[in-house]
Every structure is written in structure tokens, then in C-alpha cells.
Write a protein that binds this ligand. Structure first.
Ligand code: URA
Length: 231
């Protein structure tokens, strides 16, 4: 593997940042200064240090993205900007979004190249919780709350599984669901006579949206977040 790619994969910086740092003499391979970004290294054997600190190769990467409205949850699209375009230089081959948010939905989206974890999180059998904040067109009432908590008919064979509802104010709720059907939240609110005018995902399983990230911003998951997500 190229040295600059290895450093990126370790989270040392973007490709252009690490190239600059290599040329500036801030990287060593097996104790020797390495000045060429294209130098080949063996990630299993070679000891690479960046600014004096050993780099630990990570097999998979995990990004927490605050998805803005107006981008699609796809890896590529002929016409639309995708969530992968937002990663820019940090984009590592094989990364994809875990599940989908509608183009107009904002909030937490996990991006990774770890297919096994993605499968665990999206498998219908696992019932992973997804919590959304919904701004509604009309006042929300306890009848609607009760219906959502029981499960509603959204025109499919099975009604939705019981949801958890928290009322925030007259037209704002959080809804926690354990499925991932197409446009599910919007369809559930429509089924109880209301309508979603703004939707934001706050949480998926143990992973919560980092509210310090602006819409369009992203960061790597911490080791603790990855660990908790796996549990
Ligand atoms: N439910 C929806 O209706 N839209 C989303 O983007 C996510 C869940």
C-alpha cells in the first residue's frame, strides 16, 4: 500500500495533508525518515510513525455525517450530489451510507466500508432503533400518539411495529422506530392524519448525532462510539 494512503486510512489527515507532512519529514517508516508519498509499505509489518506517534492501521473506517437536505443517500448519482461527495478527499474506496435518508431529510448518517456492521444495523430482524425529530404541518394530539404507539397501517401487508413518541411542542415530536421501510416516518404521520414538513434523524442504535457538527459536516467515529454501535 502507498504510504500516503496508509496514513489517510489511519486518520492522520486528508491525502493532500499527509503528502505535505511526508515531504516535510514528519513521517518515519521503521525508524527512517520517509519523504516519498508513493513509497510502498506493508501495513502488517512496517512500523510507521507520524509526528513521532505510531500509526495503527484501521481495517474499516466509520464516519458520522450530519446530512444536509438536498443530497442523496447514494454512492453515485448521474444528476444529484451524493453524501459521498461531501466526504471530499477523505473518501476511501468502498465507503457507502448505512441505510438511506430521503433527499430532504437531515441528520445522522453513518458511512463506512464495514459491510458486516452495516448489515447488522439495517437487518429487519435486528430492530435497531432510529430516532427522528419531526416538525408537523398540524397540531399533534394524544390520539395520534396512541395510534403511532400501537402501530399503523401504511398500506403494506403488516402494520408498522409500535413506535415511541415524545411530544416536544404543539407541532414537534420525536418518533423512534425499529424498522426501515420506504419513507416510513412520513407515511406513519400521514396515516394518523398529519404531515411531516421537516425531518431530522437524531440517533441510530447507540450512535447519536453530534450537534456540534454543522449540516454537511462529518467526523470519524471515536473508538468508544464504534464499540457501542457493535454492541
Ligand atoms: N422516514 C422517512 O419518511 N424519511 C426518511 O428519510 C427516513 C425515515
Amino acid at each position: 500500500m502507498r504510504l500516503d494512503k496508509f496514513l489517510c486510512d489511519c486518520g492522520a489527515g486528508t491525502r493532500s495533508e499527509v503528502k505535505r507532512e511526508i515531504r516535510a519529514g514528519l513521517v518515519t517508516v521503521n525508524g527512517e525518515k520517509a519523504l516519498r508519498p508513493e513509497q510502498q509499505i506493508d501495513e502488517a509489518k512496517d512500523r510507521v510513525c507520524h509526528r513521532g506517534k505510531p500509526c495503527i492501521y484501521e481495517k474499516y473506517v466509520y464516519y458520522l455525517l450530519h446530512k444536509p437536505a438536498g443530497v442523496v443517500s447514494a454512492t453515485e448519482d448521474a444528476k444529484e450530489r451524493t453524501v459521498l461527495d461531501l466526504l471530499g478527499e477523505e473518501r476511501r474506496e468502498g465507503i457507502f451510507p448505512v441505510g438511506r435518508l430521503d433527499k430532504d431529510t437531515e441528520g445522522l448518517l453513518l458511512l463506512t466500508d464495514d459491510g458486516a456492521l452495516a448489515h447488522e444495523l439495517t437487518s429487519p430482524a435486528k430492530h435497531v432503533e432510529k430516532e427522528y425529530e419531526c416538525l408537523l404541518a398540524r397540531p399533534f394530539d394524544v390520539t395520534q400518539k396512541y395510534m403511532l404507539e400501537q402501530g399503523v397501517d401504511i398500506g403494506e401487508k403488516e402494520p408498522t411495529r409500535p413506535a415511541v413518541v415524545r411530544i416536544l411542542d404543539e407541532k414537534r415530536i420525536t418518533l423512534t422506530i425499529t424498522e426501515g421501510r420506504f419513507h416510513q416516518v412520513k407515511r406513519m404521520l400521514r396515516a394518523v392524519g398529519n404531515e411531516v414538513v421537516y425531518l431530522k434523524r437524531l440517533r441510530m442504535g447507540a450512535l447519536a448525532l453530534d450537534e456540534t457538527l454543522p449540516a454537511g459536516g462529518f467526523r470519524r467515529l471515536t473508538a468508544e462510539e464504534t464499540e457501542n454501535l457493535r454492541k
